[in-house]
Design a protein around this ligand. Structure first.
Ligand code: ADP
Ligand code: ZN
Ligand code: ZN
Length: 731
């Protein structure tokens, strides 16, 4: 019989150890397969870590080991899910991010391959069924049957659905002259683009390519202003890497938002490219994953989770727009794609290129210290001018338009002028929904989420109130539950309200909206962006989604409705986020040959994130913000890890976190600073109370033991859950 050591699908620290099962069946099973087991009287999926053959009886083994060993229910897979490099990576990630191993595997694998029960229902392989010849002898066959046999001899195989006579097929199968064969069907059809010859590189581009190609360094920061031609650098390097027989992993923040990158790669490398796209169906993801694993493509373009693509022999890993926060996962394992790229790069001796016009402070600081090799592309290819920007102070009543709350006089006038010229407008509204705050005009009652105690947002499109922190939704009431008044006021604004205002102020304007509400529908992002690019609308209204690297040549005006929304949130990164958002948004204006303008509305017109963002002055912002981080001892001057405890019983959570803080302070004395415990920004989500401790440290090796101990101690408590976030952005 076989003795299996498996990880159970439940991603908690207390179960993060191997469990033993027996298997007497005929199927093949090895490390890296999934099996179905009974765990605590529940059917669960488990991932096999290790298989040993033994002659001993189960009873003997149970006696020896001191626990009972059950037979598995079934073997799920027919081949290994992960190759040795990825298995080792899973181990590394589990250690670096203090994450249960099974949770890491669930993160790394596509939906239908995840080791968990729900994934077994996810669509997996679509098959084409073929009829194939086994034995061409015509003995004992009727003429009709022989006719089919001869056809098969010529064709070798025929699709079963094209085999017009089921009765003949049945007989041929029973006589074992033919058999059925199943072939995986490739469902994803990539768009075809004409092949494109490489552009002649500019001197700057050539220097960057040579510097990376000829150097022995591992990680490069490619800082190139928008329009400096970073993509051509990635393409040129990819070509060299492929010519050397190696593979390329190209990451972008979100495929649907940057279709142009996919287009460039397909044009240059054709059938060698696989795309891992968030809008793919689970079956399509599975197909692409398998195609990559089989070595059928050598270039993978994808978003964050594509960093786990099963490419072998990687020669180059690129993160475009490396500063974008969507590269960081905020659930366990709380990895950043940049760090995983560096881990995989090290394994393969590959080059890692981080590209951005406005690098994250961490990356730029590392480049300044020589940890990353710094390269710059300081010029725009077409010497295009940067857009002209104006900051509008919303505190000054003279700037306001009496007919509108959100559109200042200047913004309204500029929009009108732009629309008159037949050019397009992008409006950035960093909040979705209609109104973030509903209250009763008579008694002042505010509608709050019953779980999180924060104000509910009114969504007009579906007439509901929604919580933006948990998934609570309720119907918009027609009267106040406290006093019965029918006068409810919708305060503040979100994308829906701005769209409504735009129609009132600019009659006849054609608008499109893009936020996470509209993108619940598959392919909606790309459809909306295509429609806007084809000028089917005059105005695109959306959240930060629209600020990313799109190229809309006819957009000459960008309006930021309220630039400082993010600045009021308690995060050490709020200035950096605001700066990034403004520079990215402003950069959308005037990408074609027409000059762009940008209008930035704010209540904080003198805040450095706003003024420097408007000027697109990265250097000045970097210097200023590094100074702030140094004073407050935040990254990149330190590293952070947050430990969040959560549970239904608030008192238990509080008591536990205080003793945890005390224990950590003792263990980490002189090595790290412990901040808290405090209540996080949102202290209750869905009835679960939360408290957080922040550990600031300089060296990971100083703290890992203490954190591991904390995990061990707490894994015994079933009522309290611990979440460890390495390099958290919010806490
Ligand atoms: P970035 O990503 O740095 O903002 P892109 O890679 O989008 O810049 O390049 C900006 C524009 O310049 C694109 O339209 C691209 O096709 C063009 N371009 C890039 N390199 C060259 C080159 N060597 N010669 C001509 N055009 C180029
Ligand atoms: Zn009321
Ligand atoms: Zn809520």
């Amino acid at each position: 019989m076989l003795l299996l050591e498996v990880l159970i699908e439940h991603a908690t620290f207390s179960l993060d150890r191997p469990f033993s099962y027996a298997y007497h069946g005929p199927k093949k099973v090895e490390a890296g397969y999934r099996v179905l087991v009974d765990f605590n009287h529940r059917q669960s999926v488990a991932y096999v870590l290790n298989v040993t053959e033994t002659d001993k009886a189960v009873a003997v083994l149970e006696e020896e080991k001191g626990f009972s060993i059950h037979e598995i229910l079934d073997v799920i897979d027919e081949e290994k899910l992960l190759n040795p490099e990825l298995m080792q990576l899973a181990e590394e990630i589990s250690n670096a991010y203090f994450s249960p191993r099974i949770g890491v595997l669930q993160t790394m694998l596509p939906p239908s391959m995840k080791p968990k029960l729900s994934s077994l229902k996810a669509p997996k392989i679509a098959y084409d069924c073929y009829v194939e010849l086994v034995d061409a002898s015509e003995q004992d066959l009727t003429d009709h049957q022989i006719e089919w046999m001869r056809l098969l001899v010529r064709e070798k195989r025929i699709l079963k659905k094209d085999f017009k006579s089921p009765s003949i097929l049945k007989i041929l199968l029973s006589k074992e002259r033919v058999k059925l064969a199943y072939d995986e069907k490739q469902r994803l059809v990539l768009p075809t683009f004409l092949e494109q010859a490489p552009k002649k590189l500019t001197e700057d581009q050539q220097n960057a390519v040579d510097a990376i190609w000829n150097s022995k360094e591992a990680v490069y920061l490619l800082e190139g202003v928008t329009g400096s031609g970073k993509t051509e650098v990635y393409l040129s390097l990819s070509e060299k890497v492929l010519a050397a027989g190696k593979t390329v992993l190209m990451l972008v923040p979100e495929i649907a938002l940057t279709p142009i990158m996919v287009e460039y790669f397909i044009r240059r490398f054709h059938g060698r490219v696989a795309i891992l796209h968030s809008e793919l169906t689970p079956a399509e993801k599975y197909d692409e994953y398998r195609r990559i694993a089989r070595g059928e493509c050598q270039v993978v373009v994808g978003a964050r989770s594509a960093i786990f693509a099963p490419l072998d022999n990687i020669g180059l890993l690129v993160l475009d727009e490396e500063h974008v926060e969507s590269y960081k996962q905020d659930t366990s394992p709380t990895y950043h794609a940049r760090d995983i790229a560096i881990m995989r790069g090290k394994h393969f001796g590959a080059k890692v290129v981080l590209g951005s016009a406005t690098p994250s402070l961490e990356s730029r600081a590392r480049a300044m210290k020589g940890v990353y090799h710094y390269l710059a592309l300081p010029h725009r290819i077409n010497e295009q001018e940067m857009p002209e920007t104006t900051i509008v102070d919303l505190l000054n009543p003279r700037n306001l338009d009496r007919e509108s709350v959100m559109f200042s006089l200047l913004l309204r006038e500029r929009i009108k002028a732009t629309l008159t010229k037949g050019e397009q407008v992008v409006l950035l509204v960093n909040r979705r929904g209609y109104a973030p705050y509903i209250s009763c005009r008579s008694c002042g009652h505010v509608f709050k989420c019953p779980n999180c105690a924060i104000a509910l947002t009114y969504h007009r499109e579906d007439g509901m109130l929604k919580c933006h922190h948990c998934d609570h939704v309720e119907m918009m009431p027609d009267k106040c539950p406290e006093c019965g008044s029918k006068y409810l006021s919708k305060q503040g604004f979100g994308t829906e309200k701005i769209e409504e205002e735009a129609h009132r102020l600019f009659p006849g304007v054609r608008t499109l909206r893009l936020d996470s509400d509209t993108t619940k529908v598959r392919n909606r992002i790309s459809q909306t962006l295509d429609a806007f690019r084809n000028h089917e609308a005059d105005m695109l209204i959306g959240t930060q989604m629209i600020a990313k690297g799109h190229d809309f040549p006819n957009v000459t005006l960008v309006g930021i409705v309220l630039a400082d929304i993010g600045l009021t949130l308690p995060s050490y990164r709020s200035a950096e986020r605001t700066f990034q958002l403004i520079t990215q948004a402003v950069g959308r204006a005037g990408r074609g040959d027409k000059k762009g303008i940008a209008v930035i509305q704010t209540y904080m017109p003198t805040h450095y994130a706003v003024t420097l963002g408007a000027k697109q002055d990265y250097e000045a912002f970097f210097t200023k913000e590094m100074g702030m981080r140094k004073i407050q001892q935040y990254p990149p001057y330190t590293y952070l890890v947050s430990l969040t405890l959560s549970g239904h019983d608030e008192e238990a959570v509080v008591t536990t976190i205080y003793s945890l803080a005390e224990q950590l302070s003792k263990q980490l004395e002189g090595k790290a600073t412990i901040l808290g415990p405090t209540a996080p920004y949102i202290a209750v989500i869905a009835g679960i109370h939360r408290r957080v401790i922040l550990v600031k440290y300089k060296k990971a090796s100083d703290i890992s033991e203490a954190i591991t101990t904390a995990i061990d101690v707490l894994s015994g408590k079933s009522q309290i859950k611990l979440m460890v976030n390495v390099d958290p952005y919010d806490f």
